[in-house]
Design a protein around this ligand. Structure first.
Ligand code: SF4
Length: 403
């Protein structure tokens, strides 16, 4: 059977950010890696500008979508539907909008695919497709195959690749979907990661995202990982929490391993907003000291910042810019808060009648889709324009790893 795996993208700013801050998208590569060898695979990642080939002779079309890309995914589905193809939907938007997605696909694939993927393919071949396949158990990451590098070339990602290290997150921040999607926080065997990295090095990959939402949460595992990958001689980046700054042993090991940058969800200088989001482990008063400690170990700090929490007033924009300059972030990534369906933030806003639109194309970080609590919609919009203009100026002074 021939399978066409597509990551849909409407080309939103949010998609561009996801494409910029990592290598290959997890979902299409996870499905490809789990596909038995007797099948043929084609892949299209629209987030990097690839175009879906509607003349594909694949038997099965599998489309993954995030919320701002939902309508693009439905459009792709309709065109393949007209050609009589079997269509599956997966991805975060499918997970949390099942009724809507079911109207555009023959079956939905929910949760981590590896637990049922071979069964899906058998059912397609036997013409016994069920409407929903779902996994409620964490995948044993020891069973994960390396993501294929011979279908979409690493050159398409600027020789930046992504290697699975962990899945899930032990924290439960309100605005985040990671802990809503994954059943638990799981670790991949280090020897499997090392094997995959050696292969990547041999084919010319230069930068690797150690894919994890919380790379150093398990200190013993992180230390062992850093020690094992150090001899390979690649450059790494990864996402963790600022708690890494309190542990010099971890920082030294990460530096020796070749970790060159760390992405931190710093989010906001507002202590009240962090507390409300269950993210009190980010301590604004400590950030200057913490970031200096991380940067002293030859690692850049890329900081995600969010605007539009209920605790924010119209002064938050200038406050955040001053904070970023004060604490010494190397690369600031500012976003408007997006209340993704499936998140606690969305549930709260919806129950309070503050969701202004369910036009998913506007959930792209460029539109206000909810009524802010202490600002008008116009104030949030204008504030974001101001931050984007200002940070473009700040960024002239900042060093960007990827130019
Ligand atoms: S720490 Fe990061 S990944 Fe974990 S729940 Fe919070 S925002 Fe999500």
């Amino acid at each position: 059977m021939k399978i066409y795996l597509i990551k849909a993208s409407a080309g939103s700013d949010y998609s561009k950010y996801k494409a910029e801050t990592g290598g290959p998208p997890q979902n299409i590569f996870a499905a490809a890696a789990a596909t038995p060898k007797q099948h043929q695979i084609e892949m299209c990642d629209e987030t990097i500008g690839m175009k879906t080939d509607f003349s594909s002779d694949a038997d099965l079309i599998v489309i993954f979508m995030s919320t701002p890309d939902a309508y693009r995914a439905y459009e792709i589905s309709k065109r393949f539907h007209d050609k009589g193809k079997t269509i599956l939907f997966g991805g975060l938007h499918t997970q949390f909008n099942q009724e809507e997605a079911a109207g555009f696909a023959h079956a939905l694939i929910l949760g981590e695919v590896e637990n049922y993927w071979e069964q899906v393919l058998q059912d397609v071949e036997n013409n016994h497709l069920k409407p929903v396949y779902e996994s409620h158990e964490a995948v044993d990451l020891a069973n994960l195959n390396p993501y294929p590098t011979d279908i979409i070339s690493p050159a398409e990602y600027g020789y930046t690749w992504s290697v699975v290290v962990t899945r899930g997150c032990p924290f439960k921040c309100d605005f985040c979907l990671v802990h809503e999607f994954f059943e638990s926080f799981t670790l991949r065997p280090i020897e499997h990661i090392v094997e995959e990295l050696k292969h990547l090095k041999s084919i010319g990959v230069e930068w690797v995202e150690l894919h994890s939402d919380n790379l150093t949460y398990n200190k013993a595992y992180a230390l062992e990982l850093f020690e094992a990958i150090a001899p390979i001689g690649l450059k790494f980046f990864g996402e963790t929490t600022v708690l890494i700054a309190r542990d010099i042993e971890l920082l030294v090991a990460a530096q020796k391993a070749g970790v060159k940058a760390i992405l931190l969800g710093i989010e906001t200088p507002s202590v009240e907003a962090l507390k409300a989001q269950k993210k009190s482990f980010v301590k604004p008063a400590k950030m200057k000291e913490y970031l200096a400690t991380i940067r002293a170990h030859d690692m850049e700090v890329w900081g995600d910042f969010l605007f539009g929490f209920d605790e924010h007033t119209s002064t938050i924009f200038d406050e955040t810019i001053a904070f970023v300059q004060d604490i010494g972030v190397d690369k600031m990534v500012p976003h408007m808060l997006i209340p993704f369906p499936g998140s606690q933030t969305f549930r709260n806003l919806d129950s309070e009648g503050r969701i202004l639109t369910k036009d998913w194309s506007e959930y792209d970080g460029s539109h206000v889709v909810y009524q802010p609590k202490q600002m008008s919609v116009a104030e949030l919009e204008e504030g974001m324009d101001y931050v984007w203009r200002k940070t473009a100026k700040i960024s002239e002074k900042l060093k960007y790893l990827f130019g």
